[in-house]
Ligand binder design. Structure first.
Ligand SMILES: Cc1ncc(COP(=O)(O)O)c(C=O)c1O
Length: 527
């Protein structure tokens, strides 16, 4: 069956394809015997015979990318679902590159959230800057393995430079060890694996060689802001997801510094690991990093900071105080695909002591070569050995926009979050649940006359309605025991007209769900 022509194709592009299809037909006649046509070429028995179609395939994607990205600023975040996804039948005979790509393009049109656009406020998800996207295409084209200098001197040098630039942006000491990861979860894993190694050595055990058997439980202390990904990392490391003790002074989860100090004192000098969160996922608030660093120094503890998005506060004089003391931490995790706006999946781990970091991830095999200080083996600094050269888009976006460009973007987002916070405050049916600390606005719909349980139920339903509506996108959470919304602003494309929809759409859908509920109640009382 012939696939439908993608709607957005330009006349010039179709002309190009027609010329190429004619050439293919000639080619087919010359080869003879190749069986059947796919919509834009003929089927191929193996990839080698597909050599000829490479340019055509790339142009198809380029055209789609241009059309997709031109529309993404105003497109609904979730298109009304119509399609059922691409074929799920494993073909015996391939359909050909063009048919396969076309099927994916058609399917993505209906099924892909416009998460790279300016109105996706769910989770904490950035977009991809033009420089980063171009560089990401280059990354796939070059297909480098960023293991070490032998596998790719280019990828290794680009990663080394990018990590040095990031250290300088975030105010981390130049001598720290660093590695690009797949995100903040894996960066937390790297930081906490380094902490585990340090802690084991304090007990006279190389846990990376001999394991944890026979050792006491590792004390891990944190606040209520501890992110699920750090907990997951502790599970993966065999430390345990239930191990962290949280010292909390209020319903929002803020750190009780005095209680933490007492708990550390009670250890009598035994090593412990503290986890600080720079940028709570619900409110954008910060653990007091400097105070935790002070405690870590006094009691001989390791301080790990999860700064997935909050570390970007370091870029603006308006917020840099939030991450004051970061250089006194022992390990730090940051995301790239959030506020840096590089493509999924990218993050960074920084560790103060290069030997501890390398000791946690080294692997020996004669053919792999050895680590040197000036030429780090990045495959020995994180979980993966074969690694995508994720630093290429990082280098490109930093080179393209520089420190000033990122400061401007961060400050624009800070102002947009304040704008939404003020709009929430001025709306009689909305309630701001937390001060706007950074780029997250935590609020709920609060019409009069409902008790807390009813408000929770209403906000849960409203959260689902926002996602279903699709004009904007954000989810629900629980904050101070209340069901709440927490739109996060991190996308380089986001402007005032985008964030203004947050309050507008919430109130509109909120009022609608109240009138539907009132209609339902009337019917029920009549019945
Ligand atoms: C504070 C914090 N840490 C870690 C993560 C996990 O990041 P990723 O999903 O990139 O692994 C997030 C994600 O939102 C976060 O907000």
């Amino acid at each position: 069956m012939r696939a439908a022509l993608p709607r957005k194709w330009s006349r010039e592009f179709i002309t190009t394809l027609s010329i190429e299809s004619t050439l293919e037909r000639i080619y087919r006649v010359r080869l003879g015997g190749l069986r059947s046509f796919s919509p834009y070429g003929f089927r191929v028995p193996d990839p080698l015979s597909d050599h000829e179609h490479l340019g055509q395939a790339l142009r198809l994607v380029l055209n789609e990318a241009e059309a997709y990205l031109a529309a993404v600023d105003s497109a609904p975040v979730r298109p009304p679902a119509r399609g059922v996804g691409p074929s799920d039948v494993m073909p015996e005979q391939g359909a050909g590159t063009m048919a396969a790509l076309d099927e994916l393009i058609e399917s993505a049109r209906d099924g892909a959230t416009r998460s790279t656009g300016p109105r996706f406020f769910h989770f904490v998800m950035g977009g991809t800057t033009p420089a980063a996207l171009g560089a990401d295409w280059l990354t796939s084209t070059l297909d480098q393995v960023a293991f070490n200098w032998v596998s790719s001197p280019f990828a290794a040098r680009v990663e080394q430079i990018s990590l040095d630039w990031l250290k300088s942006m975030f105010g981390l000491p130049a001598g720290w060890s660093a590695v690009t990861t797949t995100g903040a979860t894996s960066a937390n894993l790297v930081g906490l694996a380094s902490a585990r190694r340090w802690w084991g050595l304090k007990h006279g055990v190389d846990v990376d060689v001999d394991g944890l058997a026979g050792l006491p439980a590792m004390p891990v202390y944190s606040s209520g802001y501890l992110h699920a990904s750090a907990v997951k990392a502790l599970g993966m490391l065999g430390i345990g997801r239930h191990t962290p003790r949280l010292f909390i002074r209020d319903a929002a989860g803020r750190l009780d510094v005095a209680a933490l100090g007492r708990a550390l004192g009670a250890l009598g000098g035994a090593p412990a690991v503290l986890i600080a969160t720079a940028g709570d996922v619900n409110s954008g608030d910060f653990d007091p990093i400097a105070e935790m660093a002070e405690l870590a120094e006094r009691h001989g503890a390791w301080l790990h900071v999860d700064g997935a998005f909050g570390l970007f506060a370091a870029l603006s004089p308006k917020t840099e105080h939030c991450v004051g003391g970061i250089e006194r931490a022992h390990s730090v995790a940051v995301d790239g695909h959030k506020w840096l706006n590089v493509p999924y999946d990218t993050g960074f781990a920084f560790v103060h002591d290069p030997a501890t970091h390398a000791g946690a991830f080294t692997a020996g095999a004669a053919y792999l070569g050895a680590e040197t200080l000036s030429r780090p083996v990045f495959g020995f600094l994180g979980p993966e050995m074969s690694r995508r050269a994720r630093a290429i888009p990082v280098w490109a976006t930093l080179r393209a926009y520089g420190r000033d460009g990122y400061r401007e973007m961060v400050e624009r987002h800070l102002a947009l979050a304040q704008r939404v916070g003020a709009q929430v405050d001025e709306s009689p049916d909305l309630e701001l649940l937390s001060e706007v600390h950074l780029n997250v606005v935590c609020f709920r719909y609060r019409p009069p006359g409902l008790d807390e349980a009813e408000l929770d139920e209403l906000n849960r339903k409203l959260g689902a309605a926002v996602l279903e509506d699709g004009r904007i996108y954000f989810g629900t959470t629980e904050y101070s025991g209340k069901v709440a919304f927490r739109p996060a602003i991190v996308n380089w494309r986001t402007r005032e007209q985008d964030v203004d929809l947050i309050v507008e759409v919430t109130r509109e859908l909120g009022a609608r769900s109240m009138s539907t509920a009132a209609g339902g109640n009337k019917k029920a009382s009549r019945a």
